[in-house]
Ligand binder design. Structure first.
Ligand SMILES: [Cu+2]
Length: 172
C-alpha cells in the first residue's frame, strides 16, 4: 500500500518514463524508478559532508543507509561528484589513539537493518575536493555494492566543525 502511494506521488514526474516502459523498456522496471537512485529496498538519507579545516585536506561524508531487503548488502566503493577519489574508512582505536583505516572487504548492512556512517565511526573519506565544492553546496555521492548495483544520493556540504545532526537536535 505504501509503495502504491509513493507511485501515485511520483506519477506526474515519471509519466514519461512510464510510457517509455510501456513501449518495451523491460530493463527499467517501475520499482527501481520509485526507489529513487538506489536499488529496490535500499534507501539512503541525511547525506552530509564535513569540509576539511584546511583546504586540500580530505573531507568526510556521512549518511544513513537502510537495507529493506532480505539479503545482506556490502558497500564496496564510493565516488563523489566534485572530488578526485573517495575511500570507505572506519575509525579504530590503536595504541590508545583514534586512527582511521580503510574498511577491508566493504561495509556490511544486514537485512532489515540501518547503518549509520557517522563522525567517529565509519565514513567516506573524500580526497581532492574541487574548488566549486564550498560549504552550502550540494554534491552527489554514489555507492557501489558487491554485485555492481549502485546507489546515488545528495550530500550537503558543511563547514569544518559543524555537525548538522547537533543543530537538528537543538531545534527539536
Ligand atoms: Cu577517514
Amino acid at each position: 500500500m505504501n509503495s502504491k502511494q509513493v507511485f501515485s506521488a511520483l506519477t506526474v514526474s515519471l509519466s514519461a518514463l512510464a510510457l517509455a516502459a510501456c513501449d518495451g523498456e523491460a530493463d527499467a522496471p517501475v520499482e527501481e524508478i520509485a526507489a529513487g537512485d538506489c536499488p529496490p529496498g535500499i534507501t539512503v538519507e541525511n547525506g552530509w559532508l564535513a569540509m576539511p579545516a584546511v583546504a586540500g585536506n580530505p573531507a568526510a561524508a556521512y549518511f544513513t543507509i537502510t537495507n529493506g531487503t532480505d539479503r545482506t548488502i556490502y558497500v564496496r566503493a564510493a565516488n563523489m561528484v566534485g572530488s578526485e577519489s573517495a575511500t570507505l574508512h572506519m575509525t579504530v582505536e590503536y595504541d590508545f589513539e583514534m586512527q582511521m583505516q580503510e574498511v577491508a572487504g566493504g561495509v556490511t548492512v544486514e537485512p532489515e537493518a540501518t547503518f549509520e556512517f557517522e563522525p567517529g565511526g565509519t565514513h567516506v573519506m573524500v580526497m581532492g575536493l574541487s574548488e566549486e565544492m564550498e560549504a552550502g553546496a550540494e554534491s552527489e555521492l554514489t555507492l557501489t555494492f558487491a554485485g555492481g548495483d549502485k546507489c546515488s544520493f545528495p550530500v550537503t556540504l558543511y563547514p569544518a566543525g559543524t555537525d548538522p545532526r547537533e543543530s537538528e537536535a537543538e531545534e527539536g
